[in-house]
Ligand binder design. Sequence first.
Ligand SMILES: CCCCC/C=C\C/C=C\CC/C=C/CC(=O)SCCNC(=O)CCNC(=O)[C@H](O)C(C)(C)COP(=O)(O)OP(=O)(O)OC[C@H]1O[C@@H](n2cnc3c(N)ncnc32)[C@H](O)[C@@H]1OP(=O)(O)O
Length: 476
Amino acid sequence: MANVLRNSAKFGFSGVLSQLSIHSRHGRECVSPCFSLQQRNNSTSPKIKVDLDSSTGVAVLRMQSPPVNSLSLDFLTEFCINLEKLEMDRSCRGLIITSTLSKVFSAGLDIMEMYGKSPERCGEFWKAVQEMWLKLYGSNMATIAAINGSSPAGGCLMSIGCDYRIMADNPRYSIGLNETQLGIVAPFWFKDTLVNTVGNRAAELSLELGLLYSAPDALKIGLVDQLVPEDQVLSTAQDTMSKWLAVPGQNTLSHWLYRVRTLSLSHTGCTGSEHSPSHWLYRVRTLSLTLAVPGQNTLSHTGCTRSEHSPSHWLYRVRTLSLTLAVPGQNTLSHTGCTGSEYSPSHWLYRVRILSLTLAVPGQNTLPHTGCTGSEHSLSHTGCTGSEHSLSHWLYRVRILSLTLAVPGQNTLPHTGCTGSEHSLSHTGCTGSEHTLPHTGCTGSEYSLSHWLYRVRTLSLTLAVPGQNTLSQYTL
Ligand SMILES: CCCCC/C=C\C/C=C\CC/C=C/CC(=O)SCCNC(=O)CCNC(=O)[C@H](O)C(C)(C)COP(=O)(O)OP(=O)(O)OC[C@H]1O[C@@H](n2cnc3c(N)ncnc32)[C@H](O)[C@@H]1OP(=O)(O)O
């Protein structure tokens, strides 16, 4: 470890993004440590071993890549291939992930993959990391992490990608998303997964400070579900799995209906090599595919089609339609306000709707739900310009100001919907050309990375009235 962290500290993680070559500050090539690790990673012995018990339908996937099961490209590729095979195997309903190494579950991403590599290799690597998470978090199998050693960073991500976590009750082991402590960034989907596991506040603290938790502390915040003596981790996982698989409907129903998942990286239309890091990391996407059931879900579009929407019915009723976790053919979750036979399951299950009718003023506002276009809409919404919108410009424009990941001085992502000079009212301090992000009154270098990256903030400026709104004095 010492070598790796020494190297990463020495070369700096900025090298990850700027694709620095393998040179030290002094211009010398980093030969020996990189080389030795390279050799280890190139080992041809399998890094993953899978045993599927056909009588129980439970597979045990053992990570066996010394010294620390670090997630190299090779490791991840092998991991994903195995996962995919099990996913396709209808006899396999449950998956337990554990480690054959003493003391370590997984040390997370292989640090040596993160500097001095070609952009192509970085892209491949990063795509593999995403694939691992998507495949695990989106699995149809019930999944249990049998954490029999330390599990920092990517190892923790792998654990929280599972439905249930059992950890060895050993004071020497720790788990957590410690990236901040390393001066690197746990991407937003790491964060989402953590939030869905331990809740907002614990996730904020955890990420802002880059905390690693001892087993008892991890249990306390809900990062793991159970502690057992080290020699009982696997057997407990097997017992627990049998309970999961005994749930009527096997694992699919409860597994999909009740677990909060945010699959922000779902691959709606995104395939192959386009998964460049910046493409994924910095573009704000709302992918309502949360519920995509691999191989079954063909989802659907945002927006409406004409005649089925009677104006009053749609315009004035605020609806939140959360079909999250819809399992085709099995989901009886009724969506708000939806009754009667006219609603065929597929009509509701597969159609993504974002109905932002908040602030619809009867008689004045015909604001449709997002994504709806066409002549029936007398007032054009989001994207509407022109002098007629003074007050109404603010009253009726639906804005979503997503500041998530705003890093002052580094992030050029503007807030959604805000462009150019049309903003006579500086919302939360943001005006004109300075839209490189420091609104909410926040400027300059005083804002540290983790402070901005991991604190969940929802800045709703709905109803901001020009000249009257003091909301911009958001003091932090
Ligand atoms: C690629 C382009 C991507 C572009 C994406 C863009 C933006 C995203 C930016 C960043 C991504 C952020 C996500 C990061 C997630 C991560 O997972 S980062 C990895 C963080 N991991 C750690 O901090 C764990 C560090 N390791 C440890 O704490 C300990 O090693 C351990 C796991 C607790 C085990 O301790 P133990 O004492 O048993 O062993 P040692 O410490 O002696 O280690 C043995 C040996 O293993 C090497 N090693 C350890 N960890 C790693 C690792 N993560 N990668 C590679 N190698 C590792 C260590 O160096 C030792 O080697 P030796 O000295 O040569 O013997």
